[in-house]
Write a protein that binds this ligand. Structure first.
Ligand code: KIV
Length: 279
């Protein structure tokens, strides 16, 4: 247990939680939705204080938190653990959690059971699934149980071994047509929003205009109704990852590296702790 400094008791201010209804209104008013990933309490607290609308407990935790090459290895228990911390830190943001690979593809009952575990054990506000028409039955079943569902089309990293590469999806007419059909099927099934990952901006615009639910883009251009980035990439924690769609707002890798080098130097030089830093 960490001891708080001085009299740091938090003041419980009334904060209005973002809902799926508010996200829908934002699409119609033209206010863009700002979404970021988060995987723990501390980061969720900062992003929530900054005013992010949606926090996604992405299965990208498998990459950026656990160091795996793909999103496939992360488990439902691990996603729930990450989600619990994020939910505790998020006072205003709507928290969505990825159903991990292998927890919903079997059948719609399995999908529902996984979604229920996430909602019950983490306190999150919704779940995200990758895929189109093939998961529509699961989407309907989860929503029927009262759980909001976000879709995810385009580059769907859980299918990376089918695609073979992380390059832009749906550049050809056939795949673009399938994506449009999938987007309509997800909307029809009841999704409250759809992530569009790494597809041509023109296609993302067409899809966004054709839907009444919001689209959230990552590498899908400016005309989506919102944007999402992996927070570790946005703040420059991920070394050497710089795809074209990524705007890096900080270079925390360098910042932490330099701070750590200074700390090591001070410890070795017996400069830390000094007289004021001891009891
Ligand atoms: O897992 C994740 O971080 C995601 C975003 C890239 C949308 O699904």
């Amino acid at each position: 247990m960490r001891v708080q400094n001085d009299s740091a008791m938090s003041v419980n201010k009334e904060v209005k939680r973002i809902t799926t209804h508010i996200l829908q209104e934002m699409k119609h008013s033209g206010e863009k939705i700002a979404m970021l990933t988060a995987y723990d309490y501390s980061m969720a607290t900062i992003l929530d204080d900054a005013g992010v609308d949606v926090l996604l407990v992405g299965d990208s935790a498998s990459n950026v938190m656990a160091g795996h090459e793909t999103t496939l290895p992360i488990t439902l228990d691990q996603m729930i653990y990450h989600a619990q911390g994020v939910v505790r830190g998020a006072k205003r943001a709507f928290v969505v959690v990825d159903l991990p690979f292998g927890s919903y593809q079997g059948n719609s009952k399995e999908a529902l059971n996984s979604a229920i575990r996430i909602m019950k054990e983490s306190g999150a506000h919704g779940v995200k699934l990758e895929g189109g028409t093939e998961i529509a039955e699961s989407v309907v079943r989860i929503i029927t149980a009262g759980i909001p569902v976000m879709g995810h089309l385009g580059l769907t990293p859980q299918s990376i071994y089918k695609f073979g590469t992380y390059t832009v999806r749906a550049k050809g007419e056939e795949e673009a047509e399938k994506l449009k059909t999938d987007a309509l099927a997800l909307q029809e099934a009841g999704c409250f929003a759809i992530v569009l990952e790494k597809i041509p901006a023109k296609l993302a615009r067409e899809v966004s205009e054709s839907l009444h639910i919001p689209t959230i883009g990552i590498g899908a251009g400016t005309d989506c109704d919102g944007q999402v980035l992996v927070v570790n990439d946005m703040i420059g924690l991920t070394k050497g990852f710089k795809p074209r769609f990524l705007r890096q707002y900080l270079n925390l890798y360098e910042g932490i590296l330099e701070a750590t080098q200074s700390y090591i130097k001070d410890v070795k030089a017996k400069d830390f702790p000094n007289e004021k830093e001891q009891y």
